[in-house]
Write a protein that binds this ligand. Structure first.
Ligand code: COA
Length: 444
């Protein structure tokens, strides 16, 4: 039985000590969050679980310590300051494992899920539009579901439908959902995109990760034929390739003719593209990110990015030293799946340099640290910055691409890896890297 009410009434369902899931990204249910936090004084020890929230997140304000505590499963720009100030906890986890947390008997039994959905259709089904991912598991397993019901949420085919009777509390809401305006790739990113795209053959099935470089790779694929999409997420970059007839999915071994994903982040134009589009299917992350599914695609290509790669091939994609930047995400799910697929190609693509951090910009004080040059630091490093997390291990890494070229690390020794990665570093850092490689005994 659904109670239609306002946000203030709906959030009364939350009690002290509850575990509450908040849907994230474009569907972040901000009015419910604000109504919940307005009740903060009367609540204690409410545990929130979030992934890539958009918009204000007032529960991280220091005044709510002891009232709300947030567990962040993938960090974004809005919660990064709170995570790194110790006012929010980060949980490292593969995206594909998140639903496991919410299963009966799992470590995080959910009391309440806050979501946002489209209005019900004539059969009573609402759509979770661009965010099925882990929200499917949250809706299926939470004791109570509270939803914003918003006509601006696109209706998307696949497994994101929720019958209105599953909503314990429904709040009518009519505002645009959060939009992500993609950045136009710069020249460096375009070069990297082209090197990555050279590894993508006609008929390949693609996963393109988060960030500007995967979109740059898409832009370099306009002359390919019959590409398919089986991915964790996509953004605006795919629309052009669908309109040009490049993405058809015609050769996919599963979900032929369909673009399969578990979430989508992009512009309102992209949301229009999703709406009632039979070509797009949204599935839970347990399907999209399952390496056993991914490995079934012939010529599966996975393009992901990184913050640092060390000379042995260890990849950090989620932290800058001890600063938590993003999360494990689906990187390893896809790197492994692509590696197991027949003719599969896992690709890590990153620019060779980054801007040197403003604070403490001299030579960092740990062994083998490189000296910044002209305000730039190298993202190819002798050893990862102390505290950096290894997101993809050196045994999993295959192709690495920068604007200086491309290398294949599978089956290569540490010395061979160091040599080929130095060749992919920016020229102004190569001498420092060579010296460090000798000192680390990577070269005999
Ligand atoms: N040291 C210090 N700062 C660094 C750095 C380094 N080694 N590398 C990058 N940075 C800075 C950049 O200068 C940039 O700063 P700015 O925001 O002030 O411009 C910022 O960190 C982000 O770097 P950028 O290269 O622009 O990141 P991106 O948006 O392309 O995202 C990842 C790259 C790796 C963070 C992103 O792909 C990610 O989170 N990956 C993990 C999850 C994943 O791969 N999922 C795959 C399936 S979707």
């Amino acid at each position: 039985m659904t109670t239609w009410c306002d946000a203030k009434t709906a959030v009364q369902v939350v009690e002290s000590g509850n575990n509450v899931y908040l849907q994230g990204m474009s569907l972040t249910p901000t009015p419910l969050i604000e109504a919940l936090v307005a009740r903060g004084e009367e609540l204690r020890n409410v545990e929130l679980y979030t992934i890539l929230m958009f918009g204000p997140i007032p529960y991280t304000d220091p005044r709510w310590v002891g009232h709300f505590h947030v567990n962040v499963l993938f960090v974004g720009a809005f919660d990064r300051p709170a995570v790194n100030a110790g006012r929010a906890s980060y949980i490292p986890i593969y995206l594909s494992s998140i639903p496991k947390l919410f299963l009966p008997g799992g470590p995080v039994p959910l009391d309440v899920a806050f979501i946002q959905v489209s209005p019900p259709d004539k059969h009573g089904f609402c759509s979770m539009g661009p965010s099925v991912d882990f929200s499917r598991a949250a809706v299926d397993h939470a004791r109570q579901v509270v939803a914003l019901v918003n006509p601006n949420v696109p209706r998307v085919y696949g497994h994101g439908f929720v019958h209105v009777s599953r909503l314990d509390y429904a709040v009518k809401w009519d505002r645009p959902i959060y939009e992500v305006k993609g950045e136009v790739p710069d020249e460096t990113q375009r070069v990297i995109g082209r090197y990555a795209a050279e590894l993508i053959e006609d008929g390949s099935t693609l996963q393109l990760g988060i960030g500007a470089i995967p979109d740059a790779a898409l832009q370099a694929l306009t002359d390919r034929r019959d590409l398919g999409i089986h991915t964790e997420m996509f953004s605006d970059g795919v629309i052009d390739l669908v309109e040009r007839g490049v993405i058809t999915g015609a050769r996919k071994v599963r979900d032929r003719g369909k673009m399969v994903t578990c979430f989508v982040m992009g512009s309102h134009r992209l949301m229009d593209f999703l709406d009632n589009n039979p070509m797009v299917k949204m599935y839970p992350v347990t399907y999209t990110n399952n390496p056993q599914i991914i490995r079934q695609f012939d010529h599966f290509v996975s393009v992901n990015s990184a913050l640092q790669v060390d000379l042995t091939g260890q990849v950090c994609a989620e932290s800058i030293g001890t600063i938590q930047y993003s999360g494990v995400g689906g990187q390893m799910d896809f790197m492994r799946g692509a590696a197991l697929a027949p003719h599969g190609r896992p690709i890590l693509a990153l620019s060779a340099t980054a801007r040197a951090p403003k604070t403490g910009a001299g030579t960092p004080s740990y062994p083998y640290a490189l000296t910044p040059v002209d305000g730039q630091i190298s993202r190819i490093v002798p050893i990862l910055t102390p505290g950096a997390a290894v997101t993809t291990t050196r045994a999993h890494v295959h192709y690495v691409v920068t604007e200086y070229g491309r290398t294949m690390l599978l089956g290569r020794s540490l010395a061979e890896r160091a040599r080929s990665l130095i060749a992919l570093a920016a020229p102004q850092f190569r001498e420092q890297l060579e010296r460090a490689a000798y000192n680390l005994h990577l070269f005999s």
